[in-house]
Ligand binder design. Structure first.
Ligand SMILES: [Zn+2]
Length: 397
């Protein structure tokens, strides 16, 4: 105990400050956050319009980190925007606050988890790994294929092969599951992730059915989705958390899928915006509108293809276009990754690639069934790091 105390407390004593993890509040704007922390509002106003808009995409409950010195003066705040970029506020050597969009330095590990079922897969995975994300991805993968509440016997195996990112010593963001298997009453059910990021069964039939449609007629993409891209001219990291469709002002905007309006209103960056909540935990966003269709209000039900508003140039926009975003929970995902697929099943080269992925996974499953590699729980320790705003490298204090 004594040694543990020294290990945990000594770095803090040396540094004479502390790390305060916090979660981004739902509905908090970047400006109100700066006000609350008594930080200069110029940190926001000095950003260009793209980065100002980016602050509206901080996912609520994002795991943020604040480092303060012994006088409780903020030395650093890290606010992840997604799993690749963060907003970094820091005290410079001249004792002024500055802010940068910096890449998140993370380590990635691919792990194989073997678990005998004890209660419910969700609970068992959560207990073994501490990762709610992994548990929910697993359940989603088998949705409609396996009923975990009945049919299996205690001790039936679960295997998951996944890549997890670690930031400052802790797992963060969604794990990328490459394949999973459950043994249910002696029968094996498997799911494989193809290179398109979607899940398929052993025959290559799709597990997930996406029923979303492009929200505009005659779509012309002017800017694609990117989580993090280094801008060679601006010499900065940028993100674009949606897809832009160039269109004339007044062009009708169509609901991408059935759902319920969860937001109609205005923000500084996105301008006139509508959000639609869909049944599968996804939310779509339509920004920079000229006007909303009359009768559209919070809580109203919409059908796929229904007109919800009209293309415009409101907010921080540099010309009429529709910015179309898609969110899983509060995390931005590429909207095109959940659009309806035109072809079903694999053929030709695509089929060969899928079979290679499937066979490789099957080998890993077989090995795991024999070796039973149970993943140890994640270690939860204090983050005592400072991220260098120039090299982006985290340094322990
Ligand atoms: Zn955009």
């Amino acid at each position: 105990m004594g040694r543990l105390f020294i290990l945990l407390v000594l770095p803090l004593l040396l540094f004479g400050g502390s790390v305060k993890p916090f979660k981004w509040n739902n509905g908090e704007s970047f400006l109100t956050f700066l006000e609350r922390k008594k930080l200069p509002l110029s940190l926001y106003y000095n950003l260009d319009k793209d980065d100002q808009t980016l602050t509206e995409d901080i996912p609520y409950s994002a795991n943020c980190q604040m480092v303060v010195n012994e006088k409780n003066i903020i030395r650093q705040i890290l606010i992840p925007v997604n799993d690749e970029l963060q907003l970094q506020i820091y005290l410079t050597k001249k004792n002024r606050y500055a802010m940068k969009v910096t890449p998140i330095v993370s380590e990635e590990y691919t792990e194989t988890l073997y678990l005998p079922i004890k209660s419910l897969p969700y609970d068992d995975i959560l207990k073994a790994t501490g990762s709610k994300n992994l548990a929910s991805v697993f359940v989603k993968m088998f949705k409609g294929k396996v009923d975990f509440r009945k049919g299996f016997r205690e001790g039936d195996p679960i295997i998951i092969v996944y890549t997890q990112k670690y930031r400052l010593g802790k797992p963060f963001s969604m794990p990328e599951v490459h394949g999973a298997m459950v043994g249910i009453n002696g029968k094996k059910v498997t799911v494989y992730r193809h290179k398109d990021g979607r899940f398929y069964d052993e025959k290559g039939a799709q597990y997930e059915k996406f029923l979303f449609k492009i929200p505009i007629k005659n779509p012309r993409i002017t800017s694609g989705f990117t989580k993090s891209r280094f801008h060679p001219i601006l010499h900065r990291y940028r993100a674009h958390l949606g897809v832009d469709f160039g269109a004339r002002p007044g062009t009708p905007i169509l609901a991408t899928g059935d759902g319920r309006i969860s937001f109609v209103g205005s923000s500084r960056g996105y301008g006139k915006t509508i959000k639609i909540r869909h049944s599968n935990g996804l939310t779509s966003l339509y920004a920079h509108q000229k006007s909303f269709r009359s009768g559209i209000h919070n809580g109203s039900k919409v059908k796929q293809g229904e007109v919800i508003g009209y293309v415009g140039n409101s907010g921080l926009s540099s010309g009429p276009h529709l910015h179309f975003g898609m969110y899983s929970g509060s995390t931005a995902i590429n909207p095109l990754s959940v659009m309806k697929k035109t072809t079903e099943g694999f053929s030709g080269k695509e089929r060969k690639i899928f079979i290679a992925i499937r066979d490789k996974m099957n080998k890993i499953f077989k090995k795991a069934l024999a070796a039973k590699p149970v993943r140890k729980p994640y270690f939860d320790f204090h983050e005592t790091y400072y991220v260098d705003p120039d090299t982006f490298k985290p340094k322990p204090f």
